[in-house]
Design a binder for this molecule. Sequence first.
Ligand code: 6LW
Length: 504
Amino acid sequence: MTTTQRSSPIAAGFHPDPSVVLVDGVYYLVNSTMEYLPALPVHRSTDLLEWTHIGNVVTRPEQVDLGDVPTPGGVWAPTIRYRDGVFYVIVTVALGGRGCVVFTATDPSGPWSDGLSLRAVDGIDPDLAWDDDGTAIVTYARYPHAIQQVRVDLATGEALEQPRPLWVGSGLSTPESPHLYRRGGYWYLLAAEGGTERGHAVTVARSSSPEGPWEGCPSNPVLTAAGTRRPVQNTGHGDLVETPDGGTALILLGVRPVGFTQAFSPLGRETFLTDVDWVDGWPRPRPVLLAGGPARQEAVFDFADPAALDDPGWIAVRRTPAEVASLDGATGRLCLAGDGAGLDARRPVFLGRRQRHLSATVTARVDATVGVGGLAARHDERHWFALEVRTEGSAAVVTARAALSGFERTWEATLPAGEVELAIELRQPSRDIRAMWTGGDHIRLCAAASGRRVVLAELDGRYWSFETANSFTGRVIGLYATEGMVTFADYAYSGTDQLPDADD
Ligand code: 6LW
């Protein structure tokens, strides 16, 4: 059972590239998911503050054809829109997947369609808008031509014209994530520039036509955290939406780097919200701050509950959760069958959930009497740490493993054979200058059995952060098996955030 949180960020943990639509007083949010399935989570809200995860656009692997798409490819930046009773999500399955696809649904919680491929869209970050005469316009990013546009027939997927260069941006690097809006007598083109790292920025242009010519805003970039010590960095890649009181909000991605140097962000890119003022006919988003009290979230999954895997927040790597995990009603346990693939494989046997808080504890009770497996935190196949259990005679041998770009270190402890409780403890470091060498969060890898508890390793989380992994995802913590049959009694997550000091 998961409790909904109310604070900023609005979608915490690995939730990059947000897009939002307002339909009959209800907001729907989608985010990219890279190599994970199900893909494209859909969150719902009536006030823009409290969000509930209601489903996922991609629940069937054929919808995206992830196959063996390499990291950091997969399901990139979607746009969600609505017209005449139909919800549309347009997305790119990048680096060898299905390319540009449009999914439709009448109920955003699903099911969503098999998807229509738009072969003419040879770029990323597609946006969907409609012309006065109802023709669909897809605006997207393609290097080196920056923002491009093409009109398409959404019944057939065919292009109605040659793709056209649209806007080169304000002069920063990599213009991308375009969105078109109509307001007053103008069409507005919102974009991200500067790359998704510390230079990330929001820029805007306007025109009387969706084709341009575009007049850039004189105060571009209209938002960036570059060069500041704001607690939320990399702010960019946003989508505008009307607020319940008739104002405007920007939903955008950002990271929460920890510690004094603010160099490493354990959770990856998350989704934030900020208010937008209109000044001289231009949108001016306010800096993104952290709001609300520290939210504590608890989620306990008891695998004796036949509904334990129904929660839409479970994700697996390049396969659906149902392809890697099953519940055994007779024993009340979750079963993972190892197939020889380790956590460094493209398709590990791994079932996880996003780390959503800067301080979190994740525990699982595992039986590895006839297999090898345990609990792992993963950014990608080259950046992960884990507690792995195997049985040797009357001993459960627990190995803490830390893998970083091809380097691996292990620590071992022996406990009595049988059920072992594994714990990954993650703690947000102080922002005090005296703690500056910490870099990332504090990681502790622990195991316990028959009343004996051991701390196997303590790590600096800088090596398992967005900046080090550089793979577009965030930390996902889950259960895994490499060999034989490994079973689990439960998975428990408890997390909280400490707000930065008032002067930050
Ligand atoms: C996304 C693009 C980006 O499509 O990263 O750096 C890609 N910018 O906007 C994946 O999140």
